[in-house]
Design a protein around this ligand. Sequence first.
Ligand SMILES: *Cc1c(COP(=O)(O)O)cnc(C)c1O
Length: 424
Amino acid sequence: MSDYRIETKCIQSGYTPENGEPRVLPIYQSTTWKYGSTEQMGKLFDLEESGYFYTRLANPTNDAVAAKIADLEGGVAAMLTSSGQAACFYAIFNICQAGDHFVCSSSVYGGTFNLFGVTMKKLGIEVTFVDPDSDEETLNAAFRENTKAMFGETIANPALVVLDIEKWANIAHAHNVPLIIDNTFATPINCRPFEWGADIVVHSTTKYMDGHATSVGGAVVDSGNFDWEKAGKFPGLTTPDASYHGITYTEKFGKAAYITKLTAQVMRDLGSIPSPHNAFLLNLGLETLPLRMERHCSNAQAVAEYLSKNDKVSWVKYCGLPGDKYYDLAQKYLPNGSCGVISFGVKGGREAAVKFMDSLKLAAIVTHVADARTSVLHPASHTHRQLNDAELEAAGVTPDLIRFSVGIENVQDIIADIEQALNA
Ligand SMILES: *Cc1c(COP(=O)(O)O)cnc(C)c1O
């Protein structure tokens, strides 16, 4: 952990070459590492010594990028995954097993909503979705004897709900469970959830962190702050692991217990690792993240202001707009800007939304959001297609909702494109 400011960390953290070593993080494109004796290798398998032996568990390129992300978030350690979905699954599965339960914001990303509500249910792990704006009493009522975690997104994709992280952390802690925050849209440039009491952070690095739409990836970051022993309900971390000759993670690894178990057990067994080449590309993205976020946010602010004054637009959601439902929370948690994603509705509902999208020239219709190029999506017919009307409503997604991801092009060109499409 360095004392540098975040812009410096984005460039410098994670990889520090020694004399005569490459200045730029090398791509260790190797599945395996060579050792001189059977005993040396055996110690690595027993977690007696740290070192590389197989890329599914650890790879120097991946580790350097994970260390940079941990430093950006202010955590003790991080692990990269091959996708954001894997990061969300791993973060929960590391502390929940069949018979357990967790509480989750109902406005999370559609893919996460399905993963938690449908797929994890098949594994015997149950979730209760709660309106993220609920009062404390309602949130408390969602907890059960077997509840093991609370999960939400800093800025929900695509509902753009800003989570009251501090309130959620207090509630989670009152029930002796960690708060896990998906910080994908804000990025650590605009919000560091650990500073507000969150315990674990996850990312889809596919979005702003990579920033160029080249590599699907994810990350799980551990603050090291949650006291698993005191909570008394996480035997996976506080009692011996039979698959490692009886190691107890909290005893042996202290503040790094959660991330060590995540790597040594969950990643070992499930294996959703990114390729070192993708980690290298992610690292390039991280280097310019502060510059890009600044531009995404100033462009989005200008586009949101333009849309809010246009009479063909029925509503605009962007937490940087005074009067937005989440303006005050954004001022607290995202004082330097939120993200480049705006949602809005055009007058004329679903049909007008489709017509508008098909008329855009610069902004491309893609599933992706949050990269350098301006892009647009209609969640009701794309990402949230699996959800029924009631679920759509709970997720904050109306049929006319257009998710507009403002890129880092010249903002006048972006606005001109919107204008010609609205007139079409
Ligand atoms: C995209 C996204 C995910 C899923 O990440 P993938 O990298 O697509 O697997 C999870 N959470 C949020 C907030 C996202 O935007």
